[in-house]
Write a protein that binds this ligand. Structure first.
Ligand code: 5RP
Ligand code: MG
Length: 211
């Protein structure tokens, strides 16, 4: 299981400083959607330059112009780009085509997908590389957790890699790790912790201890 650190409500300067301190505990650096909104592809370029050996995911949550937007992130140095599962399959196919041309991967964010089994089958047929269970921050505030969707996704996925996100922290890591996703995504659980470095280390060790 890989640990993906989501850098969301953070400045680029602070993100670079944080990643430098926790780089031994994380496998994938996520340039989160709010950071992309603030800075565009600048964080992807900067993180690629400072951490050439780390995997980088650009959480663009693409909804249209699949090929073009995916290519923008890949040209900047991303290894993974996200597209929304609720969008048209034509857009997803554009993302997959761009990713394949660069030897990189597309991860589908399944936030708000209502018929998960049906959409998983369609997306796997479209050639996506990864699927991500995601309960967004607004849904988290209403008390929703991603565990049930993770179990559902595990039951219906044939070959795509599975990741999970949505308010995961050191206390809930064991419950999610038991389901054996390929990637565990943590944002606030590290970035908003009293001590983000200690939190990253503890989460990383808990994750590797569950393998
Ligand atoms: C929000 C996101 C976040 O990056 C993702 O949910 C992980 O953050 P957190 O662990 O704080 O939920 O994509 O749309
Ligand atoms: Mg994100």
């Amino acid at each position: 299981m890989k640990l993906q650190l989501a850098l969301d409500d953070i400045t680029l300067e602070d993100a670079l400083e944080l990643v430098e301190k926790v780089k031994d505990y994380i496998d994938i650096i996520e340039v989160g959607t709010p950071l992309v909104i603030e800075e565009g592809m600048r964080p992807v370029r900067a993180l690629r330059k400072h951490f050439p050996d780390k995997e980088i995911l650009a959480d663009l949550k693409i909804m249209d112009a699949g090929y073009y937007e995916t290519e923008e992130a890949l040209k900047a140095g991303a290894d993974y780009v996200t597209v929304l599962g609720v969008t048209d399959t034509l857009t997803v196919k554009g993302c997959v085509e761009a990713a394949n041309a660069y030897g990189k991967e597309v991860v589908v964010d399944m936030i708000c997908v209502s018929d998960m089994p049906k959409r998983i089958a369609e997306l796997e047929d479209a050639g996506v590389h990864g699927l991500s269970v995601h309960i967004g921050v607004d849904q988290q505030a209403a008390g929703i957790e991603p565990i049930d969707d993770l179990r559902l996704m595990k039951a219906h996925t044939r070959k795509a890699k599975i990741s999970v996100a949505g308010g995961i922290n050191i206390d809930t890591i064991p419950m999610y790790a038991k389901e054996k996703p390929d990637v565990m995504i943590v944002g606030g659980g590290i970035c908003h912790a009293k001590n983000p470095i200690v939190a990253a280390k503890e989460i990383y060790e808990a994750l590797k201890g569950c393998e």
